[in-house]
Design a protein around this ligand. Structure first.
Ligand code: ZN
Length: 265
């Protein structure tokens, strides 16, 4: 069983279609880590593709904001993101809004993965809002789940955090004690990563963003997780960025959001 793992599409239909075409024939099912909409010009089209193709999708903070749920203040977003949220709200069809409404806002264990994997948009601790950008924040999050692996999106930056526990001599030279470390591993595009997980080694992995990468690489990101071979293949592909930018101009979305797609930030 091979899973196409995608995240942070952000209504970028050209990027999503390019990823689906590039990965065609290489996966059996699709999981989406949230933020299907927000920022980009084609929210309905992207939701429809995800509805049709994804076995599983979780709620992202932009999906949440577009729904205007109580307790969420859209003023917490930066001005351009807020403008895009308000624009998206007006575009959504009733059916697509209903799809967003039923997305889980808590971490999910995909039924195909037998408790090996947890998926969530942001973090296990704060499933919709927290950014895992450092080993310290990753360490705190490893404490709140016990699966060997957790898949997250939200930062728009591909990343691997590796948790290891081991016996170490106590500071005072007394008996052994259990220590835990987390380190950051740089994902390598097109390299197959063997997922070395065990009781003493666990992973939090981010596949990067389909529709608005922020790691200074403008290409769309995705990954293929093989649940049998237990491998992770992370990939970047070019997509017609100008097509998305022209659609954004036509929709009068903020210039800053249009420009950033060219640079991947
Ligand atoms: Zn996002």
């Amino acid at each position: 069983m091979r899973v196409l793992v995608i995240s942070d599409i952000h209504a970028n239909q050209a990027a999503l279609e390019s990823v689906l075409a590039a990965a065609a024939g290489q996966y059996d099912t699709l999981w989406c880590l949230g933020d299907v909409v927000g920022y980009g010009p084609r929210p309905n089209e992207c939701i429809e593709l995800v509805r049709e193709r994804a076995a599983l999708c979780v709620m992202g903070n932009h999906d949440w904001a577009v729904l205007g749920r109580p307790g969420i203040n859209v003023d917490d977003f930066n001005p351009q993101a807020r403008q895009a949220v308000l624009w998206t709200r007006e575009q959504l069809t009733d059916e697509n809004r209903r799809y967003l409404e039923q997305l889980p806002d808590m971490p999910v264990e995909p039924p195909d993965a037998q408790r090996q994997i947890l998926i969530t948009h942001a973090s296990p601790r704060e499933p919709v809002w927290e950014y895992i950008l450092t080993p310290t924040v990753a360490l705190e999050n490893f404490a709140v789940f016990d699966n060997p692996m957790c898949l997250v999106g939200h930062t728009h930056k591909p990343a691997i955090y590796r948790w290891q526990s081991f016996d170490a001599a106590a500071e005072d030279g007394g008996r052994q004690e259990r220590k835990v470390t987390v380190d950051y591993l740089q994902p390598r595009a097109d390299g197959v990563l063997r997922l070395d997980t065990s009781a003493t080694q666990r992973l939090i992995i981010n596949p990067g963003s389909v529709g608005q990468p922020r790691d200074n690489d403008a290409r769309a990101a995705y990954a293929i997780l093989d649940l049998v071979e237990w491998t992770w293949l992370y990939t970047r592909i070019p997509y017609p960025i100008e097509l998305t930018q022209n659609q954004m101009r036509a929709a009068k979305l903020p210039k800053r959001l249009i420009d950033r797609l060219s640079f991947g930030w």
